[in-house]
Design a protein. Structure first.
Length: 157
């Protein structure tokens, strides 16, 4: 039998122990979540990506009545960051969510498609992307790399 890959992450109960940059990234993601277009799910997701030029790019989920035509916050943000800064490395992504119907106790985890997209960027830049997930109640989970969320991603690089 083969050994399983170890998934590495850190958990925190609040943002106090984070760096100023990480707190700013989370604040940007939260502000972006407030602007999300989510009339169907009432689940507003915001994301913010820190690039190695220290620019922060924000995005949010965009729903559509034709369900598959919508887009998750992570992909909106990653595609936008890559479109306007194609030569910059993505250092970290912060993701948070606001529910109109309940106080979320667990942070939002990226869906499979978003994990694959982030894995492609991580593979292409040959540098890990930290993932910071934040719940409404203050609970945080931080992964050092997309590989911890998608250990056997489909990559061709």
């Amino acid at each position: 039998m083969k050994n399983c890959k170890q998934i590495e992450y850190e958990e925190f109960d609040n943002i106090d122990s984070l760096s100023e940059t990480d707190r700013l990234l989370l604040q940007t993601a939260f502000k972006s979540a407030e602007k999300a277009y989510a009339p169907y799910s009432k689940y507003h997701v915001g994301a913010a990506i820190l690039l190695d030029n220290n620019e922060i790019i924000a995005g949010n989920n965009q729903e559509n009545a034709a369900y598959p035509s919508g887009q998750c916050a992570e992909r909106v943000t990653a595609f936008y960051a890559s479109a306007i800064y194609p030569d910059q490395t993505m250092k970290a992504i912060a993701i948070t969510a606001i529910s109109e119907e309940s106080n979320l106790s667990m942070p939002p985890f990226p869906c499979g498609s978003c994990r694959q997209v982030l894995a492609e960027y991580e593979s292409r830049q040959q540098q890990p992307i930290r993932i910071i997930l934040y719940a409404q109640n203050g609970h945080l989970i931080i992964f050092k790399s997309v590989q911890d969320l998608l250990p056997w991603a489909f990559v061709t690089h």
